[in-house]
Design a protein around this ligand. Structure first.
Ligand SMILES: NC(=O)c1ccc[n+]([C@@H]2O[C@H](COP(=O)([O-])OP(=O)(O)OC[C@H]3O[C@@H](n4cnc5c(N)ncnc54)[C@H](O)[C@@H]3O)[C@@H](O)[C@H]2O)c1
Length: 385
């Protein structure tokens, strides 16, 4: 069947399989909505939980046929790749430490990947996964660094490419959350409250950096177009008894000479999804705040501040990534769905059209950044990314 959706090309529906995102996973819900947002994908197979019974009942409740509700991802990859109507794309939304191993299994079967972040649990896994993706020319890979898919973030990226704020000199980004829910985290309640996030084998190199710092660094490099060169990081863990990284302050030197500051925390009390970024160039600055995502502040060094609005005539590019008319709020789900929409476009075209969704190159850069931060914090010195 051919569907036509707002703003985009005609496209066939892609068969999608899912790994992870089971009953209590919030992001699982976001992926499933985003995949269906523009009628580009049909979820036809999945293994949603490590618990086989839960996985099957969850899949059945979603209307997936019995023979395509699997108990583990290996079985799913093997069986789906043998079907004539097998999945074309798999979405992975398991905890970080398993992203690489799961993705590789599907890459071997020539199935395209959409994976949640971080790219991988640690730098070794990231390098292996990167190599694997590059070695198979039949597949494409998208990484859901979803904040980069807000229309006004992409508007900001292109404004910088066009030189509207001149040469980028300073970047200031912060992403803070509060995982404490107002309760003191102790050795007694840590496991119940933080689950796999206190297990290094599952969360990977650093909980705070893999879970949200990675988004902040990705956003900084995505909008500015810069590449990180060195970091000086100070990472804190909850306590000597609970060895989970919960806060990181990072100074960044970029390859063009620009300077950056990144602060990320998961224990900033009252920190309600505080993702904000300011980028300063030789001719002015840009500011974007996720809690008010439809607006981008452009502050030229001479003249009045401009407030650019998503979908309005003063922010033309943003229209391409919007569904709802300016003045009506759009948000998180719409932005997340932009990755799914563009990825389906990219699978359907052979043209050299530009796509804005994050890929494996950006994934590897974020893994290198996190690894360098850990080394820097331990050695207390500047470290090459
Ligand atoms: N992009 C974002 O904004 C965003 C937001 C939240 C979480 N995430 C990412 O999503 C991933 C999952 O986080 P979460 O909070 O949903 O975790 P979660 O623990 O709430 O859910 C993970 C789900 O995956 C299942 N699972 C684990 N291993 C599996 C396997 N091998 N096969 C099948 N199912 C498996 C679990 O049973 C569970 O249902 C993490 O990488 C996290 O960083 C991204």
């Amino acid at each position: 069947m051919i569907y036509e959706t707002v703003n985009t090309m005609k496209t066939k529906i892609l068969s999608l399989g899912i790994v992870g995102g089971g009953p209590k996973s919030w992001i699982g819900h976001v992926h499933r909505i985003s995949a269906r947002f523009d009628n580009r994908y049909e979820i036809v197979a999945g293994v949603f939980s490590r618990n086989p019974k839960l996985s099957i009942s969850f899949g059945r409740n979603m209307g997936i046929s019995k023979d395509r509700c699997y108990t583990n991802y290996k079985e799913m990859a093997d069986k789906e790749s043998k079907r004539n109507d097998g999945i074309q794309v798999v979405s992975i939304m398991t905890p970080p430490g398993s992203h690489q191993i799961i993705a590789e299994k599907f890459i071997d079967k020539n199935i395209h990947i959409i994976s949640d972040k971080p790219f991988a649990g640690n730098i070794d896994q990231a390098k292996k996964l990167y190599k694997k993706i590059k070695s198979n020319k039949k597949i494409k890979y998208a990484l859901t660094h979803n904040y980069s898919s807000y229309p006004m973030v992409r508007e900001a990226k292109v404004l910088i490419e066009k030189g509207k704020i001149g040469k980028v000199e300073y970047v200031n980004v912060e992403y803070v959350q509060d995982w404490s829910e107002g309760i003191k985290i102790t050795s007694k309640n840590a496991k119940k409250k933080l689950k796999w996030k206190i297990d290094n084998k599952i969360v990977g190199t650093s909980a705070v950096l893999n879970e949200i710092g990675t988004h902040a660094y990705h956003l900084a490099t995505y909008i500015s177009g810069l590449k990180g060169k060195q970091v000086f990081a100070d990472i804190k863990q909850i306590s000597n008894k609970i060895k989970m990284d919960d806060n990181a302050q990072v100074m960044i030197n970029f390859t063009n000479g620009a300077k950056g500051m990144l602060w990320t925390s998961v224990m900033a009390k009252g920190g309600i999804y505080g993702l904000r970024i300011r980028i300063f160039g030789s001719k002015g600055s840009l500011e974007w705040v996720q809690n008010d995502p439809g607006y981008l502040k452009l502050n030229p060094s001479k003249g009045a501040v401009k407030l650019l609005e998503r979908g309005f005539y003063n922010a033309k590019l943003s229209k391409k990534f919007s569904r709802i008319k300016f003045g009506h709020p759009e948000g998180y789900l719409d932005a997340f769905a932009n990755i799914y929409r563009e990825f389906s476009d990219s699978l359907r075209t052979k043209s050299k059209k530009r796509f804005f969704y994050p890929n494996e190159d950006e994934g590897l850069e974020t893994a290198k950044f996190i690894n360098a931060c850990k080394i820097s914090s331990k050695r207390k010195r500047w470290t090459k990314i």
